[in-house]
Design a protein around this ligand. Structure first.
Ligand code: ATP
Length: 455
């Protein structure tokens, strides 16, 4: 499992999915940069989420709110007071950790909570019980707007996209003429001053979230919560995450966030050292906490007048909050596979293949002339240009065909189309399937249709 993550980190860098951020200056460890294939993959995950959550439903609409919101928002939401984590430092190696993370890792390993931090070994240097008394630490990232860098100009970068939705509740409901039950979805960057960023793109200080706030009548909230647990589970399953690598985790009552009545996470088997499963998405019943607190702090009434019951009530909110960048890691881990492919010498070669769902694959089709040749190459280039009007297409005419297949397998390209010498007479090409490695002859007149049926 550790090898698997290492293999993915190295493949991600080599092939241009994910690069260490600010690498030429030694790296920041806070974030990662998405390369040419990474942006495509991330965009495909985002698009699938947006399609299923917004475009294919008539009860959810989209929003794109600002990253820096009024400071009052964070006072009202509780983030200034409650968005704090217990921070501890190992007195032996001086590395800092979140005390709750140390406790969770201990419990996952020993199947019981630790008696105290004194029982826990430092994950970095191994020394036992060298932790300081935890100090609360606010994870909001600060910045300044305007010319003066003092208390007056102090602002926060959003640690979640959700608050931008709550403060636009009236705007969206009125403009889109929606009434509960309905939802508002948003995808975008969030920032948290994480104490221990790590495990590749799993935990970073700058990341992307896909969040949806679903407003419902109080009393129907538990039913809707169940509904969204199922919907979100099905979304991951449909895009290829296997049942064995997913599970629900019910937050214990005493550990719920200040706004939550019930929270259930969808966890993925990331298999980082020590912990098998880790959070992929949190699905919370936020009750009427957010709309009530923003009504109170802003003085603007965010309740709903129910014309049938002739009474006002404040909608409850069910929130499926997913990490886009974290989902990208789950899809990469799930897709990664090693098997064998026949080579030209009659033997087999080891091959690495990313078995992405076709909708997520960054490149859909590779067009490969059998060899670099004055007749084959232009024909292949024309075909690539034609297919590029619909899909992300790569053209590659360097090196042996077997090596080029390996290169496409390694980035998860579902189809390779080979233009060979027969093409010049029979006007047909060979289509190779990434997973089965079977090859099929398809006429040039039919190739677009053939791919359309499969992609
Ligand atoms: P954790 O306990 O891991 O810090 P959380 O419970 O605070 O996470 P939420 O506030 O529920 O996370 O955020 C919703 C989703 O946003 C998470 O399920 C995760 O996918 C993503 N997310 C949160 N923090 C980070 C981060 N630092 N890096 C990448 N993704 C994150």
């Amino acid at each position: 499992p550790a090898d698997r993550i290492d293999a993915i980190v190295s493949l991600a860098k080599r092939r241009g999915f994910v690069f260490p951020s600010s690498e030429i200056y030694g790296g920041t460890r806070s974030a990662w940069d998405y390369g040419p294939l990474g942006v495509e993959l991330k965009e495909n995950v985002r698009r699938q989420w947006w399609r299923s959550m917004v475009q294919q439903r008539d009860d959810i609409v989209g929003l794109d709110s600002a990253v820096v919101l009024s400071r009052d928002v964070w006072a009202a939401s509780g983030h200034l007071g409650e968005f704090v984590d217990p921070l501890t430092e190992c007195q032996s190696c001086h590395k800092r950790f979140r005390a709750d993370h140390l406790e969770e890792a201990f419990e996952a390993k020993h199947h019981r909570p630790p008696a105290g931090l004194s029982e826990i070994n430092c994950p970095n240097c191994g020394v036992k019980g060298a932790f300081t008394e935890p100090k609360m630490f606010n994870g909001l990232m600060k910045t300044f707007l305007g010319p003066v860098e003092n208390e007056e100009g102090l602002q926060y970068l959003r640690p979640e996209t959700a608050q931008g939705i709550f403060i636009n509740y009236n705007n969206v409901a009125t403009a889109a003429r929606k009434k509960p039950p309905f939802g508002v979805a948003q995808v975008g960057k969030s920032f948290r001053n994480e104490i221990t960023p790590g495990n590749f793109i799993f935990r970073t200080r700058e990341f992307e979230q896909m969040e949806m706030e679903f407003f419902v009548e109080p009393g129907s909230d538990e039913k809707w919560h169940e509904y969204w647990l199922q919907e979100r589970w099905n979304w991951y399953r449909d895009l290829g995450l296997s049942e064995a690598n997913l599970r629900f985790y019910e937050h214990p009552k005493e550990k719920l966030s200040h706004y939550s009545k019930r929270t259930v996470d969808i966890e993925y088997r990331f298999q980082f050292g020590g912990t098998e499963f880790a959070e992929l998405e949190g699905i919370a019943n936020r009750t009427d906490f957010d709309l009530t607190t923003h009504s109170k702090h802003s003085g603007v009434d965010l309740s709903y007048f129910d014309p049938e019951k002739k009474e006002r009530w404040v909608p409850y909110v069910i929130e499926p909050a997913a990490g886009l960048t974290r989902a990208v890691l789950a899809f990469l881990l799930e897709a990664y596979d090693e098997d064998e492919a026949p080579n030209t010498k009659g033997g087999v070669d080891k091959r690495t293949v990313l078995r992405f769902d076709k909708r997520l694959a960054p490149v859909k089709v590779a067009v490969l002339p059998l060899s670099r040749n004055p007749e084959l190459s232009p024909k292949a280039r024309d075909l690539a240009a034609l297919l590029r009007t619909r899909w992300v297409v790569e053209f590659d005419d360097s090196q042996a065909i077997g090596r080029r297949y390996r290169r496409q397998d390694e980035i998860g390209t579902p189809y390779c189309v080979t233009v060979d010498f027969d093409t010049l007479t029979d006007d047909a090409v060979t289509v190779r399937d990434r997973d089965t490695m079977t090859q099929e002859r398809v006429s040039l007149g039919q190739i677009e249709r053939y791919l359309l049926e499969r992609l």
